[in-house]
Design a protein around this ligand. Structure first.
Ligand code: KG4
Ligand code: ZN
Length: 381
C-alpha cells in the first residue's frame, strides 16, 4: 500500500510516499527557517502563507522522487493536530481535496503519534536492510521532545481482532510539560544570547566547548506528577545569570556582529563567544538533558518496560543521545532514536502512522478538521 503523507503542523511543509509502512520511497521537507530566522521564532501568519506557497510543489516533488503519479498512491494520511491552526489547515485541506477528487481513502494522524512512528519506521528499515539492530518492540515508553512538545507516553500494541491484518496502537499519556517545551527552551536561551535560530542545533554544536559543570542549575523540582516537565524556571535562571552582566553586553555585541555576518560558520560564532557564554550553554544543556533522561527512565521503571523511544527535534541532540544510550545500557534497557532527518518534522512518519490506521479500517470523511490542541491517548497519571 502506497501512502502519501502530508505534514504542515508548524514551520515545515512536508510530503512523503511510504510503501507498506516500512519503505520510504520519498520524503520531501521544505523548511521555513530562513523566513522565521530574523524573528527568532515561528511567526504563525508567515508560516501559513509559506505552507500555501509550498504545499503543491512539495507534494509533486514527493511523487516525482518516488517515481509515482498521484494516481498510483493508494491512500492519503494528513496531520490533523496538534499544531498551529493556520498551518495545519493548509495541509489538511489540501490532503482532503486530493482524497476527494481522486476518490482515495483518507486518514488523519496525530503529529505526536507520527513522531513515535518515526522510531519504528527507521527500526524496520534498518532490520530489512540487514543491519544488526535490536527490534524496537512494544510496550515502550516514548519521549516526544521538540519545539512544541515534551511528553511521555506508554505505547502498547495489540493485534487487530477483525479481518484487518494491522496492529492497533494505544497511547497513555504519562507526563507532559506544564510550560515551555524543551526545544522552545533551547531556542529561547539561544535567542537571549544572540546565538542564532533555531537554537537547539547551535547550542548542541557549541556546548562541547564549554564546561557543563560551570553552573549548577540543580534539579528541576515538580509538585504533583513526577513525570511532568517544566523548563521555564531553568530558562529564567539563565536569564538572571545574563541580565545586567558582562554576558548581556557580550550578547549585544554578538547580536550586532550577526547582523553583518552572513550565515557565520560554527568556528566564527564560537570565536565571538566568551568562555563564560560557552560554559553557561553547556551547563544549561546538561540540565535539560539530565531532566529528560531521568524522568523518562523513571517512567520506564514505573511502567516496567524495557524499551525507550526518543523522537522529535530535540532527539537530534548529541548529549541527549549519549546520555540515554549510557543510562539505558547500565540498566539493561534499550533506547531507540530515529535518524536526525526522521527526528525533526517530516511526512514519512505521518504516512507510516497513517498506514496502520488504514489497515485497521480507519477512514476520515469530509468532516476531518484541524485541532490546535489534540491530546494523544488517555491520561494515565
Ligand atoms: O520536531 P521539530 O522539527 O518541530 C516541532 O514539532 O517542534 O523540532 C524542532 C525543535 C526546535 O526547538 C529545535 O531547536 C530543536 O527541535 N532541535 C534541537 C536539536 N535539533 C533540533 N534541540 C537540541 N539539540 C539539537 N541538536
Ligand atoms: Zn514535531
Amino acid at each position: 500500500m502506497l501512502v502519501l503523507g502530508i505534514e504542515s503542523s508548524c514551520d515545515e511543509t512536508a510530503a512523503a510516499v511510504v510503501a507498506d509502512g516500512e519503505e520510504i520511497r520519498s520524503s520531501v521537507v521544505a523548511s521555513q527557517v530562513l523566513t522565521h530566522e530574523k524573528y527568532g521564532g515561528v511567526v504563525p501568519e508567515l508560516a501559513s502563507r509559506e505552507h500555501l506557497r509550498k504545499i503543491q510543489p512539495v507534494v509533486e516533488e514527493a511523487c516525482r522522487q518516488a517515481q509515482v503519479t498521484i494516481h498510483d498512491v493508494d491512500a492519503i494520511a494528513v496531520t490533523e493536530g496538534p499544531g498551529l491552526i493556520g498551518s495545519l489547515l493548509v495541509g489538511l485541506v489540501y490532503g482532503k481535496a486530493l482524497a476527494l477528487s481522486l476518490d482515495k481513502p483518507l486518514v488523519g494522524v496525530n503529529h505526536l503519534e507520527g513522531h513515535i512512528h518515526a522510531v519504528w519506521l527507521e527500526n524496520k528499515m534498518a532490520r530489512i536492510a540487514g543491519k544488526p539492530v535490536a527490534e524496537a518492540a512494544l510496550p515502550a515508553v516514548a519521549l516526544v521532545v521538540s519545539g512544541g512538545h515534551t511528553s511521555l507516553f506508554l505505547v502498547e500494541a495489540s493485534s487487530h481482532a477483525a479481518d484487518h491484518p494491522g496492529r492497533v496502537f494505544t497511547y497513555s499519556q504519562l507526563g507532559r510539560t506544564r510550560d515551555d517545551a524543551a526545544g522552545e527552551a533551547f531556542d529561547k536561551v539561544a535567542k537571549l544570547l544572540a546565538l542564532g535560530y533555531p537554537g537547539g542545533p547551535i547550542i548542541d554544536r557549541l556546548a562541547p566547548f564549554g564546561n557543563p559543570l560551570a553552573v549548577d542549575f540543580g534539579h528541576i523540582k515538580m509538585k504533583g506528577n513526577p513525570l511532568d516537565f517544566s523548563f521555564s524556571g531553568l530558562k529564567t535562571a539563565v536569564l538572571y545569570r545574563v541580565r545586567g552582566t558582562e554576558l548581556a553586553k557580550e550578547a549585544g555585541e554578538r547580536r550586532a556582529w550577526r547582523k553583518t555576518a552572513d550565515r557565520p560558520s560554527d568556528d566564527d560564532l564560537r570565536a565571538h563567544c566568551a568562555q563564560a557564554t560557552l560554559d553557561l550553554i553547556a551547563s544549561f544543556q546538561k540540565a535539560v538533558v539530565q531532566d529528560l533522561v531521568e524522568r523518562t527512565l523513571a517512567a520506564a521503571d514505573a511502567c516496567h518496560v524495557d524499551a525507550i523511544f526518543v523522537s522529535g527535534g530535540v532527539a537530534c541532540n548529541s548529549l541527549l543521545r549519549q546520555r540515554f544510550t549510557e543510562a539505558t545500557r547500565r540498566q539493561g534497557l534499550q533506547a531507540f532514536f530515529p535518524s536526525p532527518a526522521l527526528s525533526t518534522d517530516n511526512a514519512a512518519m505521518i504516512a507510516a502512522a497513517g498506514y496502520y490506521k488504514l489497515l485497521a479500517g480507519e477512514r476520515a470523511g469530509v468532516s476531518l478538521t484541524a485541532h490546535a490542541s489534540f491530546p494523544l491517548g488517555a491520561n494515565r497519571m
